[in-house]
Design a protein around this ligand. Sequence first.
Ligand code: GDP
Length: 596
Amino acid sequence: MSAKENQEPEKVIQIAGSITVDELANELGLSVTTLIGELFKEGVVATINQRLDFDTASLIIEELGIEGVRLEKKNSATKIGNIQHELSDKAVSRPPVVAVMGHVDHGKTTLLDTLLHKKTVEGEAGGITQHISAYQLKHDDRIITFLDTPGHEAFAAIRQHGAMLTDIVVIVVAADDGVKPQTVEAIKFAQGANAKIIVAINKIDREGADVPRTMADLSQHGLQPEEWGGDVVMVPISAKTGENLDKLLDMILLTADVEDLKADVDIPSEGLVIESHMEVGKGSVVNLLVTGGELKVGEFIVAGSSYAKVRTMLDFRGKPKGKATPSTPVTVTGFKELPNFGDQFIEVADEKTARKMALLNAQGAADASASSNVTSSDLLRMMNTADNSKMFNVLIKGDVLGSVTSVVDSLKMIDTKGEITLNIVATGVGDVTENDVYMANGENTVIYGFNVTVPTNIAKMAARDNVPIRCYKVIYELLDDAKAAMSELLDAEIIETPTGALKVQGVFRTEKTSIIAGGEVTDGSVSAGMLARAYRKKELLGEVKVESVQKEKIKVDKLEAGEVGGLALSTEHKIQLEVGDKLEFFTREKVQKTIS
Ligand code: GDP
C-alpha cells in the first residue's frame, strides 16, 4: 500500500459562496457553541446564522488545526458572462467613449458644457438644461461619446465599477495651477483602466497660464509630452473661450483611429449602467451605454438583480430613439428595480429568462453580501484589533445611485489601520427624509448627503434629535469630513518624554498633598510643571508634580544636571520621601491620532 492510501480519507466540504456557522459546525462535527467560542477566540463575534465566506471558513479550520477536512469551492454559475469577449470578424467601427477627469476647478464641467453647446446642433443642445450623464457630439462628421459619470472624482471607486466604460480619458489640468492630487489620481485611474490619455492643458487664456511649466509638471508624473519626444498628446485649450477645442477633438479621433475601436452589432445587445434614479410618473429611469449589439425598444434586458422590458428609449437630447448602436448612451424606462451604476446589462430572449437571470443574480449578490458579513480580510483585521475597534456609523444619501456607490466605495477605502469599523447603516437615492433621521437616531450615526438637500423640517427634526447631517457636493470634502469624524473616535495617544532625574538629599516638609524636598539633579533638568515618579531603589512610591523650583532659596526656572536645589511638589496621596530616593522627571502630552 502506498503512503497515500494509508492516510485517513479527506472529508470535502463544498461551499458555494458562503456557509453558515451552523452548517460549518455540522460539517466539522463540532457543536455550534464550540465553533462560536472558537470564532470568538479569533476575534469574530458570530451568531449561529452568520455566513462565513470560503476564505474565512478555511482560515478558521486552519486556526483550529482540524485535519482531514478540505474545503472546495462549488461553482454557482449565476453571474452574467463577462461582456469583454473576443470580437468577430464582422465587428464594425464604433465611436470612442471619452471621460473627462482632473482636479476640482480645473475646468472639467466647463469643457463638457462648452463642447456640448458648441458641437451639438444649435437648438438641440439649447433644450438641455438638466444634468446629463453622457452625450454625443459630431466632429468632422464623426461621433464622439462623452461621459460625465456622477461623482467621477472618486476615480478609484469607479475603477471597480466602470473600468470598461472608457476608451480615452481626457485629463484636464489648469495651466495656472499645474498638477494637483486629483490630477495624479486621474492619471492613475486612466492607467489602471487601460485607457488612452490625452491631456487638455486648460485656462490658457489666463494671465498666469504657463504651458511649458505644466508640461514639465506632467512629465514629472510620468506623462511625457509628444512634443518633447514622449507619447502623450497634450493640447493647450481654453474651455471658456473655446480656443483649440477643435484640435482636442481632432486628437481624440486620431487616438480612436490608432486604437481601431470596434464592436459587434449582430449579437444580443449589451452594455453598462451609467446612471439610475426614480422619477415620479416614470418609475425607474436608467442611463445605459451600449457597448455591443443594438438595443431596441421592447427588448428584455437584465442588469444585476433587476430586469426590464425596455418601455421607452431616449437619446441624450431626450428624443425617442428606436435603436441604439455601440458607444451610444441612452435613457430607458421599464426596469422593475433600480440597477446599480456600473452593472452590466445584457439582452435576453424573453421575460421568463430575464426574471430567472435577475433572480439568480440577486441570489449571487445575497451570497456575496452575506458572506461579506465576515470576509477573510475582516477576520484578519478583527484578529488584530478584536477589542479596540470602534464603529463609525453612516447613512448615505445621494442624488443618483452612481454617487451613492462612489461615496460608499470611497468611504470603504479609507485606511483606518483597523482601528475603526465603518458601518453603513443604510444608503439611498434622494433628499434626506424623516425616515433617514429616524434610522440614524439612537445609532450615533452621521448622515452624509451627496448632491442632495435637506428640507427645513427634516433639518429641524435632526437638530432636535442631535443627528448630524452633512451635505457635500465634492466627494473629497465629504471624505475629509469622514476622516476627521473617524479621527475623533480614536483615543488620544499619551506620550511621555523623560526629561531628567534628581537624587533626594533632604526632605523638609511632608504634608498630605505636598512635599518640600531638595537634592542634586543627576541627569537632564527639572522645571516647574514637570511630572515625576518617585522611586526607592526600584520600588515606585508614586507620582508627583513639580510646582516650583528653588536654588539657594531663590525661585528659578530650571535646575540643570549637577546643580543642587529645592523642589515644591504636589501629590494626590501622601508620599513619605526619604533621603536617597530618586525622582525621575517627565512631561506627558496627549496627542490626538488622526486618520489621513
Ligand atoms: P471643474 O471643477 O473641473 O468642473 O471646474 P469648472 O468647469 O467648474 O471650472 C472652475 C472655474 O474655472 C469656473 O469658474 C470656470 O469658469 C473657470 N474656467 C474653466 N475653464 C476655464 C478657462 O479655460 N479659462 C478661464 N479663464 N476660466 C476657466
